[in-house]
Design a protein around this ligand. Sequence first.
Ligand SMILES: [Fe+2]
Length: 296
Amino acid sequence: MPLITRRALLASAGAGFLVSASGGAYAGLIEPALMLGVTEYALTPPGWPADLPLTIAVVSDVHVCEPYVPMARVKRIVETVNALKPDLIVHLGDHEATHRFVSGRVPPQEWAAAYADLAAPLGFYTILGNHDWWHNHMSIRSALDGARLRVMENDVELIEHRGRRFWLAGLGDQLAHWLGRGGFRGEDDLAGTLARVKTDDPVLLLAHEPDIFVTVPARVSLTLCGHTHGGQVHIPGLTNPFIPSAYRDRFRYGHIVEEGRHLIVSGGIGMSGLPVRFGVPPEVLLVKLGNEPAIA
Ligand SMILES: [Fe+2]
């Protein structure tokens, strides 16, 4: 008699639920369209001063489109982020959806104008993702510029916070140009970006795809990425072959520490490929670095 492990049982139960009518409705409507959670991470990675508290709200992979991520959803994201009262807000790219199930486009000026309501004392910074490059990057860039939202591309900024300073770096997209047959040429220049860091202050890096993490030096305290959508469909115990990373599960989701280097991968909010989500509810991240100094 074959042995069935608990892991295999869970995987097959999850897969069975997903193909059922109620599972399909959940994955196609409830989880992607109605849910929006806040996932918190609290850490003091190497190089970050323990007594310098910084809160970062992280939005990623919104993939705005009708009918799945319409303007009402964008406004809910803005309200959710503002309620967190973060010091800094970042968006990790893939602003619009490009899948074939889009029933209508939302003009970039509309969603960019909604992001102009995001409130944080240190501002709002964004990078572009692969879908932005493949579809509409000039209009997206122009809409973000028009709303005075800072687009970073192989660029850095030295930010002052509580009398201290840190560098925020934003990497160009690693899959910007599709060359066919699974080949891509990126716009990313990690060495050139980090060469612009001119002081010893700590560095935070924004990069759309997490695969860059294998080459990110320890000089960077924390790398924030999106792109994978946490696999978009995640059933514990079952390997998802569609995770868009050469490293599959390794950088699928969450807080990953390798050789003392820290990476956080957001599951994002919207969808690519198919308009379904299962087991990876849409999320905004609240990343808390450092601690409030003790009062003597
Ligand atoms: Fe995405």
